[in-house]
Write a protein of this length. Structure first.
Length: 125
């Protein structure tokens, strides 16, 4: 999917909020998505984040979206959302592949052990 180049192209895309929740199982749901502008850091509301969510294979959702900030910047969001309730994609900080865990999750036992002994994981990418 190509990046929208005009406001009109952007506005023709559905909001990501209109495609939520993403349902993985009876108890696991992805209810919200919040994007932030890569230039100024502004939190982008539901109307400002548009694109598509697909489920082309298995249980993993693919999110291809863009956020239009009041500063005029279009920020891309391209993530994979697997049933583990993590988010996989490129870090906006350095472009490296990263995995983010839900904020209310302590993650798997091995990640807690690595964090406890002082080894960093790529969750802070």
């Amino acid at each position: 999917m190509e990046t929208p180049t005009t406001t009109d192209e952007f506005r023709t895309l559905p909001t990501i909020a209109s495609q939520l929740p993403l349902i993985f199982s009876d108890r696991d749901r992805w209810n919200t998505f919040t994007g932030h502008c890569n230039k100024c850091g502004t939190s982008l509301n539901d109307e400002a984040v548009r694109g598509h969510v697909t489920r082309p294979f298995g249980a993993t959702f693919i999110l291809d979206a863009w956020g239009l900030c009041p500063c005029g910047t279009i920020t891309p969001f391209h993530y994979r959302l697997p049933p583990s309730m993590t988010m996989v994609g490129r870090s906006p900080k350095n472009g490296a592949w990263a995995i983010w865990a839900p904020q209310d999750s302590k993650g798997p036992w091995w990640r807690r052990v690595l964090n406890f002994i002082g080894l960093r994981t790529n969750l802070d990418a």
